[in-house]
Design a protein around this ligand. Structure first.
Ligand code: EZ4
Ligand code: CO
Length: 402
């Protein structure tokens, strides 16, 4: 089965998505997510100019060989743009192979290890009161695990807090908006949120929290220690991890479970974190970590070190990524949890899918392939709109991590 055409489709049904469609001479096609939030067109150019022309005529069944061709063959290994482009092609090729086998993708990955994929949703409020109400709403919807974020007194905006409670969208402007950050205000406030949540809901529901890369290692150790009585499922992205060894300090100071990985793009971003046992959950994703092929290798390596998966699943990862992720989540032994931020109705119209939510779990469905398609006519109705994530500054005007 030969690759005859590779199309990149850009659409903005409430937010931007880039999708790759790989077509073959046997009429089967596969699709992959290539969305890199805030840098979408860089990946489009990479795919159109530097990937698609090289693959025409290749055997669509040689997934691993094509992965290595794109990784080793470009000389400049890794990086978010390269690995997102590779991921999109890889996901589309797995979709084709599973369609050709007339099987849902999880069958090719080893079959089912579980009956459903436990997900967590995002509860957030401008203050603790509103966050408590939002957690209650997610519990009513059947969620077994809930991420809680709250506004911080003295900061006009806070990461993770949005007006639209079901569809959090941080890429909020055509030029980057500026947020204000204060570590001391945050560190003082956040234990109060979890104290309230545990007093209100008890310990049966899993609670998670995303620090979003804002602490130093010793600050993260302190927050982790302060949160220990509230038994978090995990503390996410406590410290930026370009320096993986920095997590040794966090680990020495707290037993709160640690998760990280949404900005990682290969095993080389997390090898020390995993093999030194510095984290509990690896949150890399299909779309940003080299596709199904490479993410499976990361998860298998993690399994040897008691590290579980916890893939990123925010709104900027398209339904195509979510579909592929759910097959991997279903098949691997060391699954932990899957983030699930609902897409808007418009997005779901563009990407018809077989996966569905029931009683706190997502299910990938049983149609051949990864079960997600793109309706190109509907997609064409929503042209690309430039959008950026915010930037963060401290009170003195200096730049900080967002
Ligand atoms: O800020 O996906 O856990 N989820 C997150 C997200 C990220 C966005 C960035 O594109 O941290 O909300
Ligand atoms: Co996050």
């Amino acid at each position: 089965m030969k690759i005859t055409r590779i199309k990149t489709i850009v659409t903005c049904p409430d937010r931007n998505f880039v999708t790759v469609k790989v077509e073959t001479d046997e009429g089967l096609y596969g699709i992959g997510d290539a969305t890199l939030n805030g840098r979408e067109l860089a990946v489009v150019a990479y795919l159109d100019e530097h990937v698609a022309p090289c693959l025409i005529g290749m055997d669509a069944g040689r997934i691993e060989d094509i992965w290595q061709y794109l990784y080793r063959g470009c000389y400049w290994r890794r990086g978010a743009v390269t690995m997102t482009a590779i991921a999109a092609i890889d996901t589309a090729l797995w979709d084709i192979k599973a369609k050709a086998a007339n099987m849902p993708l999880y069958q090719l990955l080893g079959g089912k290890s579980r009956d459903g994929v436990m997900v967590y949703g995002h509860a957030n409020g401008v203050d603790i009161e509103e966050t408590v109400d939002e957690v209650a709403k997610y519990m009513d919807l059947g969620y077994l695990a809930i991420r809680a974020q709250t506004g911080i007194p003295g900061l006009p905006t806070t990461y993770g807090v949005s007006e639209d409670k079901m569809y959090y969208e941080p890429a909020d402007a055509s030029l980057p908006s500026t947020a204000l950050w204060s570590t001391s205000k945050y560190m003082h406030h956040i234990p109060q949120l979890f104290d309230r949540l545990r007093n209100t809901f008890g310990f049966d529901v899993h609670l998670l929290h995303d620090v979003h890369h804002r602490l130093t290692p010793i600050e993260a150790g302190r927050v982790g220690k302060a949160l220990e009585p509230y038994d978090l499922f995990w503390l996410e992205d406590a410290v930026p991890a370009e320096n993986q060894a920095a997590f040794r300090t966090v680990r020495q100071h707290t037993t709160t479970p640690l998760a990280i990985g949404e900005v990682f793009n290969s095993i080389w971003d997390c090898k020390e974190l995993i093999e030194e046992g510095l984290i509990d959950y690896i949150r890399a994703t299909v779309v940003h970590a080299g596709g199904v092929s490479h993410l499976k290798k990361i998860f298998d390596f993690a399994a040897m070190h008691h590290v579980r998966s916890g893939s990123h699943g925010a709104t900027d990862l398209s339904p195509v990524c979510m579909g592929a992720a759910l097959h991997l989540d279903t098949a691997i032994y060391n699954f932990g949890i899957q983030e699930y931020m609902r897409h808007t109705e418009k997005t779901d119209d563009v990407f018809p899918h077989s996966y569905y939510f029931s009683k706190g779990y997502l299910h990938p469905g049983d149609v051949p392939g990864h079960g997600v398609d793109i309706d190109e006519d509907i997609a064409a109705k929503y042209p690309y709109q430039r959008a950026f994530l915010p930037v963060n500054r401290l009170a003195d005007g200096s730049m900080f991590n967002w």
